[in-house]
Design a protein around this ligand. Structure first.
Ligand SMILES: [Zn+2]
Length: 501
């Protein structure tokens, strides 16, 4: 996922370390399966939560499951899948072999040479459409000199598994794989197929990854729901643990502003030069910002935050129904700048100037000046309506050229899966509150949503209070708390069971 989202998530509770190097070929479910009545699949239409699956999940030897999962995650981290160039094929082959050993028939589709996308299906009865579990295999680069433990060694130390990809997002790839293995071994037949995708190239836009699958193998990945990034990391505040769930992604519109004027000798200043007019436009954009827009996701988030503070719901709702008061209330109740920034980003389109180009000689006034701008716009809007706002702010005489655009994505924050997420979280963390959020980055959601898949960013992990997610995503010393990873495996397995039953 893109960089900017990381700042929108923070963290929670640590755990003891385990230095074991487990043998992932053991089957931690065999004894539980025996108790549950052997290998034969449950009959079609069975409510697996109330019958076979939940009984078996509770009896699993979870320590063995965790050991197996930790071994797989560590091995995955050791594949250097830095994108570019990615080279995800060896990691995908490794996963495919694990799946084949269990009787699956995984497929690998290369979006380009060595850019491997693994797709594997656990068949259900077909009574409900499939659930997709998605993770990307590629990671961003790592400057080893800045790391406490080498980024591709997958060391276990101090209660953490260290390494690039430990949080973004080989942990979700591993948890999803473990769900596939567990339910296959248990012989559970859900109402939904489960489709596991481990894809290439997310970090540079997904052209050879999710987009390639959508464009070329849609039949293999069509699903009602997809669980992926970004979200699921606990944030401790006010005695609660908030678990953000990505339900919306802002659209992207990169553009350039261009000012044109007369070239001339700079010994005679020109107050209307391209450079000066462009500078004025940049200042207006930077200082004034863009108008506020209320939207359903920001409303849900605000309501959940207020409710968590025992703020009387009726009063909270009254405030929130009054658009002009929402920001005021939130600013007073959510004084932390990081949360305020997140809420602000959910209420506004944004435009950040990043790259300035003009002139080449000190004594020549340039005829053309340009600035590239990173624009992000809210769900429900278009690149065109966004650019109209930009045009109003920068004023006349400035060209606007679009460089790249991606549609925003959004799903219903009241979808039943949100209730399932909240229930399962509470089973493992009584203080849990599931929070629907919008992110400013783009993820694979942008591609899968073109198939009408409802994409929810939820890769559950419990994180220590003192860990800063912002610094670990794409930063040095990326690591996952061992206990937080274990928490995530149980939460994801139970969620899959509930959704697919
Ligand atoms: Zn990611």
């Amino acid at each position: 996922m893109g960089l900017r989202m990381k700042s929108e998530l923070e963290s929670i509770a640590p755990g003891p370390s385990t230095g074991r190097a487990p043998d992932h070929r053991r089957s931690p479910v065999s004894s539980a399966r025996d108790k549950a009545g052997g290998e034969s699949p449950a009959s079609p239409g069975i409510d697996c939560r109330s019958a076979a699956a939940s009984a078996v999940l509770s009896q699993l030897k979870w320590d063995d499951v965790f050991a197996e999962a930790e071994s797989i995650l560590r091995r995955l981290i050791q594949f250097e899948t830095v994108n570019p160039p990615g080279n995800e094929r060896p990691a995908a082959d490794y996963l495919a072999e694990l799946l084949r050993q269990e009787g699956f028939e995984p497929e690998i589709f290369e979006g380009a040479p060595t850019r491997a996308n693994l797709v594997c299906r656990l068949k259900g009865t077909g009574e409900k459409p499939p659930l997709q579990l998605d993770g990307h295999l590629d990671v961003v680069c790592a400057d080893e000199s800045q790391w406490t433990h080498p980024p591709f060694a997958a060391d276990v130390a101090g209660g953490y598994i260290w390494g690039r990809g430990a949080l973004d997002m080989k942990q979700m790839v591993t948890m999803s794989l473990v769900c596939m293995l567990l339910f296959k071994r248990l012989g559970v037949r859900f109402k939904r197929d489960i489709i596991f995708t481990a894809v290439a190239d997310e970090e540079t836009g997904g052209t050879h990854g999710a987009k390639y699958l959508v464009d070329n193998h849609a039949d293999r990945i069509r699903a009602e729901y997809c669980l992926g990034e970004i979200g699921g990391f606990g944030i401790s505040k006010w005695g609660k643990t908030f678990y953000p769930v990505q339900v919306a992604e802002k659209g992207l519109c990169w553009f350039e502003l261009v000012a044109r004027g007369e070239a001339g000798h700079s010994s005679i200043p020109d107050p209307d030069s391209s450079l000066i007019r462009l500078s004025e436009a940049i200042i207006r954009l930077g200082r004034n910002g863009l108008p506020r827009h209320d939207n359903v996701v920001a409303g849900h988030l605000a309501k959940a935050l207020l409710a968590s503070q025992r703020f009387p719901t009726s009063i909270a709702s009254a405030f929130l129904l009054h658009p002009r008061l929402t920001s005021l209330v939130l600013n007073r109740l959510v004084p932390e700048s990081e949360q305020a920034t997140m809420l602000s980003a959910m209420l506004h389109n944004t435009a950040s100037p990043t790259t300035l180009r003009a002139g080449g000689k000190t004594n020549i006034i340039p005829a053309v000046a340009r600035v590239e701008v990173d624009g992000r716009f809210l769900p429900g809007q278009t690149a065109e309506s966004f650019l109209a706002e930009v045009k109003d702010v920068v004023g006349p005489g400035i060209e606007i050229n679009v460089l790249k655009k991606l549609q925003p994505t959004t799903v219903d924050p009241d979808d039943p899966i949100m209730g399932a997420i909240a229930r399962v979280l509470k089973n493992h963390d009584p203080q849990a509150v599931a929070l629907p959020v919008m992110i400013s980055a783009t993820t694979n959601a942008t591609h899968y949503s073109t198939l009408n898949t409802k994409y929810f960013g939820f890769s559950p992990v419990k994180v220590a209070h003192h860990d800063s997610f912002r610094s670990m995503f794409h930063g040095a010393d990326e690591r996952i708390p061992v206990e937080g990873f274990r928490f995530g495996i149980r939460v994801l397995a139970e969620l899959v069971e509930e959704v697919c039953s």
